[in-house]
Write a protein of this length. Sequence first.
Length: 83
Amino acid sequence: MKKIKLVLILLAICAVPLISLSDPPGPPGSGTAGSEQGGGQTPVGAPIDGGLGILLALGLGYGGKKLYNAHKAKHVSIAEPEN
């Protein structure tokens, strides 16, 4: 049961940034007849797609390595010294 709760919490933590980064709706009246199609203002701010993807990949790699090392350390048998 603890694993299910942990997975749900992690999914919620991962989903919040995706929801908050969605594009807001356009200004009112932007889709009416007679308005100019295309063009418009360019978005303000730096793109975060590349950096966010790199940080996510690095975090997943680091977490995977930590899990692998913990799993390996748990299953290492201590060999008896040979005489």
